[in-house]
Design a protein around this ligand. Structure first.
Ligand code: NAX
Length: 330
């Protein structure tokens, strides 16, 4: 047992995902039942009252593992000495807002957060970006954080992976635990590609159990890509508990050696599988016994998969171009 608390900074801490996430971190579900945690909760000024309420509720849980709560709208205070920075808060797209406007507005936020993490967090700090557009926000933060190695920046596609696993399990009529090796590639956007060809059900190739390829291509792939929208339509609010669950899954699985299979995480590309270098894009990741991650090599991709992945990465390259132009990053 390590008695030194892991310090976790969370932006957008009073938002919907924050509300579903903080209690799971504090209860030990992210770092284990014996690992103390300290929470640095970061909000913008208008969110500080709500944050005070969330903090009161955290206090009222009397979590034995929770050693300290910092509430702040100051980034230097918020990221000070943190081991993990979970960047959940971002500005949502509003009616009439162009994609370029959204990239520019959020870009500025993630420049500031990247700089503050670089200046105030531990050099070993790992950063997971959830706030959308998460891949490009992560790219901007990474490019603004010279003191933090690029390999410590991640964006989240685990919710998409989890969504895909359940869709496939339900179609095959098997427990979700039977489905594995499902990588979501590319951008966390409807262009993402959940690669059913390399997935497995038990020991079998998924495509030898679910043989209806047109269902896989024309129903499964768009269902996963549009799942966020479907939840908004049904619930009247966007995914929060499942998103928080995916944050817990992502961090836990980056913090522990991978036991069989792999998981989807957006990481900085070194050109693997033809992805444009330097983009933050989703690929299959494993973590070794000393905590280093790597992209799984040797995944065989057919022409359909390659085309889908290339299209999603082209979208990311376009987002990078727009955002960097808006922010004057060369
Ligand atoms: P909410 O609008 O409920 O909460 C966002 C919170 O962030 C608010 O409390 C707001 O005050 C705060 N905030 C805004 N700008 C901030 C800043 N610069 N610094 C600190 N705090 C700031 O949104 P919520 O439902 O919690 O979603 C948060 C983000 O997650 C959104 O961008 C959303 O699109 C994104 N998602 C990403 C997912 C993924 O898989 N990567 C899935 C779920 C979710 O859609």
């Amino acid at each position: 047992m390590n008695n030194t608390p892991i310090r976790v900074a969370v932006t957008g801490a009073a938002g919907n995902i924050g509300y579903a996430l903080l209690f799971r971190i504090a209860s030990g579900q992210m770092f284990g039942p014996n690992q103390p945690v300290a929470l640095n909760l970061i909000e913008i000024e208008p969110g500080m009252d709500a944050l005070r309420g969330v903090t009161m509720e955290l206090d009222d849980c009397a979590f034995p593992l929770l050693t300290e709560i910092v509430q702040t709208s100051d980034l230097a205070t918020g990221f000070k000495d943190c081991d993990w920075a979970l960047l959940v808060g971002s500005v949502p797209r509003k009616a009439g807002m162009e994609r370029a406007d959204l990239l520019g507005i959020n870009g500025k936020i993630f420049v500031g957060q990247g700089q503050a993490i670089s200046d105030h967090a531990k050099p070993s700090c790992r950063v997971l970006v959830v706030g959308n557009p998460c891949n490009t926000n992560c790219l901007i933060a990474m490019n603004s954080a010279p003191n933090i190695p690029n390999e410590q920046f991640f964006a989240m596609t685990r919710l998409d992976e989890n969504r895909a696993l359940t869709q496939l399990a339900q179609k095959a009529g098997v427990p979700v635990s039977e489905v594995s090796e499902l990588c979501v590639w590319g951008n966390h956007s409807p262009t993402m590609f959940p690669d059913f060809y390399n997935a497995r059900i038990g020991r079998q190739k998924l495509t030898s159990v679910i043989t209806d390829e047109s269902w896989l291509k024309d129903t499964f792939v768009p269902t996963v890509g549009q799942r966020g929208k479907a939840i908004i339509e049904a619930r009247g609010a966007s995914s929060a508990a499942s998103a928080a669950n995916a944050v817990v899954d992502t961090v836990r699985d980056l913090d522990n050696p991978t036991r069989g299979g792999f998981h989807s995480v957006c990481v900085v590309s070194k050109g693997e599988y033809g992805t444009p270098e330097g983009l933050i894009t989703s690929m299959p990741i494993t973590v070794d016994a000393v905590g280093n991650w790597r992209v799984v090599s040797g995944v065989s991709l057919n022409d359909y998969a390659k085309e889908k992945i290339a299209a999603s990465n082209a979208e990311l390259a376009e987002e990078r171009k727009i955002a960097f132009e808006q922010l004057g990053i060369s």
